[in-house]
Structure formats: structure tokens, C-alpha cells
Design a protein around this ligand. Structure first.
Ligand SMILES: Cc1cc2nc3c(=O)[nH]c(=O)nc-3n(C[C@H](O)[C@H](O)[C@H](O)COP(=O)(O)OP(=O)(O)OC[C@H]3O[C@@H](n4cnc5c(N)ncnc54)[C@H](O)[C@@H]3O)c2cc1C
Length: 187
């Protein structure tokens, strides 16, 4: 099967650094897996099985992507760090999806890419900002939780130390953008 830069191709490629996957996981996206024995729904987070691998069995393909409604007071953002401005693979990626209840964050999902064999959901980072107004203390806790969850490798694109620090930096920045969007920026 050969497509052209589709979301599902990006997911099934099995790259830990795929740009589309963290945002889909943060948004709570679900895919329909269709194969010889029928169809089943699987959370996007459960599709990657490691570098270059997915949980899809022989004969199965993804036939649909379902995104839950974001809601009126919801916002999300994905940021990645790359050494160049384009045509490059994420050294670290981070997606944040959140909803507001008044001034406070009601729900949040924080997802890191390129810092582990698969994208990782970081509940501790979400916990750091839920119930807050995304004040400085909450952002500090969020960044610390994101860095603590990162399990990167050192390669020619970045060291463990660099990737760990950037995970926190991107979580902080993505959360601010998602928060602004939830408040109506750009709508
Ligand atoms: C020059 C270049 C730059 C790139 N830059 C980036 C980048 O910046 N960010 C990034 O994330 N990636 C990047 N990539 C990687 C790649 O292009 C992406 O992963 C792309 O999104 C793959 O999507 P596609 O639809 O072209 O998939 P394909 O290449 O068609 O497929 C990828 C894999 O997914 C499988 N597949 C596709 N559709 C389905 C389906 N419906 N069900 C089951 N399996 C399926 C295919 O069989 C194949 O194994 C880059 C690649 C190149 C060559």
C-alpha cells in the first residue's frame, strides 16, 4: 500500500518520531482496524509497537480515524524540535490537548514523540496542569514531568540530556499554545 503523506501512513510507518501521531494520541483519536475477521476499534496510542512496528496483524489495515469532538473550550497544539526549518525528523515532539472549565484546565493529555520507542502519553504531566490556570508553578511541574517521562537515546540528532531538556521546554510551549487556543485564539 503506498499513499502520499497520509495520517495513517504516518502512524503505520511505526516511526517513534512521526509528527502526526502525538497530536492524534493527545486528541484521544481512535482508528478502525479492518481485516479478514472484521473490524475493531483501537486507540491510536495502542497501534505503535516499537520502531517500525505496529500491532496490526497480517491482512489488517486501518479503514477510519475517529476524532472525538474537541468541545467549545478545547484547544490543542503540537510542537517539534528539528535542527533545520523543514524536511527533517523530530528530535523531540510534544502534543498537548486540553479543555477549560472557566479559567481552569478541566482535562489535559500530554504526549511526547521521539523520546522513546513509541510515542508516550504522560499522565503526570497532565496532572500537573489540571485544575490550574496554567500559572508559572503549573508550567514548571508540567515541564519537569515531561522531562522525567522521556526515555530517549543519544544519536547523531541529539543526546539523552538534550532531548530530556527539550521535552520539558516543548511541553511548556505547547501547553501555552493549546491554552490560548482553548480560550479562543485563532477561532
Ligand atoms: C523526504 C521525507 C521527509 C519526511 N518528513 C517527515 C516529517 O517531517 N515528519 C514525519 O512525521 N514524517 C516524515 N517523513 C516520513 C513519511 O513521509 C511519513 O511517515 C508519511 O506520513 C507516510 O505517509 P504515507 O501516506 O506516505 O505512507 P506510506 O509510505 O504509503 O505508508 C507507510 C506505511 O504505512 C502503511 N500503511 C499506509 N496506509 C495504511 C493503512 N490504511 N492501513 C495500514 N497500513 C497502512 C504502509 O503499508 C507502509 O508500511 C518523511 C519522509 C520523507 C521521504
Amino acid at each position: 500500500m503506498q499513499g502520499r503523506a497520509t495520517l495513517v501512513g504516518n502512524l503505520c510507518n511505526g516511526s517513534p518520531a512521526a509528527d502526526g501521531v502525538p497530536a492524534l494520541v493527545a486528541a484521544g483519536a481512535i482508528v478502525t482496524v479492518t481485516g479478514p475477521n472484521g473490524s475493531r476499534e483501537v486507540a491510536v496510542a495502542d497501534i505503535p509497537a516499537g520502531p517500525g512496528k505496529t500491532v496490526l496483524k497480517k491482512g489488517e489495515l486501518i479503514s477510519a480515524v475517529t476524532l472525538p469532538p474537541r468541545g467549545k473550550h478545547g484547544g490543542d497544539a503540537y510542537l517539534r524540535f528539528i535542527p533545520r526549518t523543514e524536511m527533517d525528523i523530530a528530535v523531540v515532539g510534544c502534543a498537548v490537548n486540553l479543555t477549560l472549565d472557566g479559567d481552569r484546565i478541566a482535562t489535559a493529555r500530554v504526549v511526547l514523540g521521539a523520546v522513546a520507542p513509541t510515542v508516550i502519553l504522560v499522565p503526570e504531566a497532565a496532572k500537573a496542569i489540571i485544575g490550574t490556570t496554567l500559572d508559572a508553578a503549573a508550567l514548571d511541574k508540567l515541564a519537569a514531568a515531561a522531562s522525567a517521562a522521556a526515555r530517549p537515546i543519544t544519536d547523531k540528532r541529539g543526546t539523552v540530556e538534550f532531548r530530556t531538556e527539550v521535552a520539558g521546554v516543548l511541553a511548556r510551549r505547547a501547553a501555552k499554545i493549546a491554552h490560548d487556543r482553548a480560550k479562543g485564539a485563532g477561532k
